[in-house]
Design a protein around this ligand. Structure first.
Ligand code: CDP
Length: 215
């Protein structure tokens, strides 16, 4: 069982994916953390995340152990992640890790939930259910700002919104695996939903897609 969840930043993918994985007893992988790992490695070494050779070397050395780095959620790392994510060699290096996780879920789980930007389109085109989770730019910027505040990071709404817009533009415009719903994805707009509402809506979609219609 593979559930693919894609969408722009701060749309609520992570919270939703984690809750679905728990409810359905599936393994969960936040693939954004892989791109964040690559950016964090490059930044820690004083490099520029937009330099292909440097970013590709960091991607080739990435392992699941790196996903525990404490600096991955920093905003600079998020921006760097979207820069390394535009480099085809970086995406190719990370593809294998993601597909291996989907094919052989850890801890003997019967399936996986993957969240990212290209899970339904590139990483797992055969996923059983594909959700494209989105929300208005204003809602997403407000959620991101709340997240930052909760971590004690000062932030200005206008700035958060602008950075989010830049990252959306970069993710959607890149040539390799751009952010877009797969043709068979169900779009879930969470602008007017809280986490419980999004979870219920997603469960309804999954049930409808994985239960055979009565004969
Ligand atoms: O937390 P947020 O949703 O904003 O970002 P994230 O999921 O941690 O991803 C950070 C960056 O990695 C994104 O802006 C994308 O450019 C990139 N990414 C990607 O290209 N493909 C994925 N499957 C996941 C993330």
């Amino acid at each position: 069982m593979i559930i693919a969840i894609d969408g722009p930043g701060a749309a609520g993918k992570g919270t939703l994916a984690r809750r679905l994985a728990e409810a359905l007893d599936l393994a969960y992988l936040d693939t954004g953390l892989l791109y964040r790992t690559v950016a964090a490695k490059v930044l820690a070494a004083g490099g520029d995340p937009a330099t292909p050779e440097v970013a590709e070397a960091a991607a080739r050395s990435a392992t699941f152990m790196d996903l525990n780095r404490p600096d991955l959620r920093e905003e600079a790392v998020g921006q760097g992640a979207s820069q390394v994510a535009a480099i085809p060699g970086v995406r190719a290096a990370l593809l294998d890790l993601q597909r291996r996780f989907a094919r052989q879920p850890p801890e003997g789980k019967r399936g996986v939930v993957l969240d990212g930007r290209d899970i339904g389109t590139v990483v797992c085109p055969d996923a059983n259910v594909k959700l494209f989770v989105t929300a208005s730019l204003e809602t997403r910027a407000a959620r991101r700002q709340k997240e930052l505040r909760a971590r004690g990071e000062a932030s200005i709404y206008a700035r958060v919104k602008q950075e989010m817009q830049e990252r959306d533009a970069r993710d959607s415009a890149r040539a390799t695996a751009p952010l877009k719903p797969a043709s068979d994805a169900v779009v879930l707009d969470t602008s007017e939903m809280d986490a419980d509402g999004a979870f219920r809506a997603a469960m309804d979609i999954i049930t409808a897609r994985t239960t055979a219609p009565p004969a």
